[in-house]
Design a protein around this ligand. Structure first.
Ligand SMILES: NC(=O)c1ccc[n+]([C@@H]2O[C@H](COP(=O)([O-])OP(=O)(O)OC[C@H]3O[C@@H](n4cnc5c(N)ncnc54)[C@H](O)[C@@H]3O)[C@@H](O)[C@H]2O)c1
Length: 283
């Protein structure tokens, strides 16, 4: 089947789809012929975004869902299958961000970040994968991590980066696990996209304690790649079953590559140093 026909008539679920990258993903998938279930903790926002897609002729439904709550995600899965009969593409995209030093962060900060970025992804995998695995034909999972999972120095983003490291680990493992079932898996790593992620605490539930001060302000990220460009790269990557898709502004590419190389250089140095460690010869 030609790549371009793969999406048409099929159903995608996109979390974190009220705005930003998730809304752009939903739009890109809808324009390419998929029915789309949009899920977000911002129920009013996600219903509005879904309505805008419907106005553009896309079969779209918006659901208020807290991905950190397994019950809420189970309801999303039930509603998606009831409405559309099947789900071929799951985009675990909902995510939240906090910058700032580890020493200043509360356990509530960490629990909130990990509840959305890590447990949210796992809750969705548990809710959708069993039925996706039993189905046949083209199926795919995409998880959104971040370039922050590949940086050698994550000062000011340590906790966020830690959660995105978890997304990388789960996604790469899943890619091997699901290969035999014929389900493709892609890791999306955006960097510096023009969204409201710096104001992620706008949707922080009270149960995680006081809101942290955001050191870089809460405006839309400047000098950034547009969400629809991230979405286009992501969907192209999904169609080619790419393991990794990076989507970042062109002018930051070289810096990012240098940072990734620095990571490998550190590993290389450490391995070299170990080889030179004078272990006593067995006597
Ligand atoms: N914008 C960037 O520069 C950038 C860079 C790297 C990675 N990312 C990742 O991209 C993804 C999308 O972020 P974005 O930049 O579009 O930000 P965004 O804030 O515009 O979108 C995130 C969405 O997730 C939703 N959300 C938050 N908590 C939720 C929960 N518990 N349940 C369901 N939905 C919830 C928010 O309401 C919001 O609509 C995230 O995983 C983020 O970590 C973004």
């Amino acid at each position: 089947m030609p790549e371009s026909d793969r999406l048409s008539g099929r159903t995608a679920v996109v979390t974190g789809a009220a705005g930003g990258i998730g809304a752009a993903l939903a739009a890109e998938l809808g324009v390419r012929g998929m029915s789309v279930v949009l899920a977000d903790i911002d129920e009013i926002g996600v219903r509005r975004t879904a309505a805008e897609l419907q106005d553009r002729g896309v079969r779209a439904l918006g659901y208020g869902v807290d991905v950190a709550d397994p019950g809420s995600v189970a309801e999303l899965a039930a509603a998606s299958y009831e409405e559309f009969g099947s789900v071929e593409l799951l985009c675990n995209n909902a995510g939240v961000l906090l910058f700032g030093p580890v020493a200043d962060a509360t356990i509530g900060d960490w629990r909130w970040l990990s509840s959305v970025n890590v447990e949210g992804m796992l809750n969705c995998l548990h809710a959708f994968l069993p039925r996706m695995s039993r189905a046949s034909g083209w199926r795919h999972v995409m998880n959104t991590a971040s370039t922050h999972a590949f940086l050698p120095d994550t000062a000011t983003s340590a906790l966020y980066s830690a959660t995105k490291h978890a997304v990388v680990g789960v996604t790469l493992g899943l890619r091997s696990e699901l290969a035999d079932d014929g389900i493709g898996v892609t890791l999306l790593c955006p960097g510096q996209a023009a969204t409201r992620i710096l104001d992620a605490q706008r949707n922080r539930p009270d149960g995680f304690g006081r809101r942290a001060r955001e050191p870089f302000g809460t405006g839309v990220i400047p000098l950034a790649i547009e969400p629809h460009d991230v979405a286009r790269a992501a969907v192209d990557g999904i169609l080619r079953n790419e393991p990794l898709v990076f989507a970042l502004p062109e002018f930051t590419r070289d810096t990012f590559r240098n940072q990734v190389e620095e990571m490998w250089r550190l590993a290389d140095d450490a391995l070299g140093a170990r080889a030179e460690t004078p272990y006593p010869a067995g006597d």
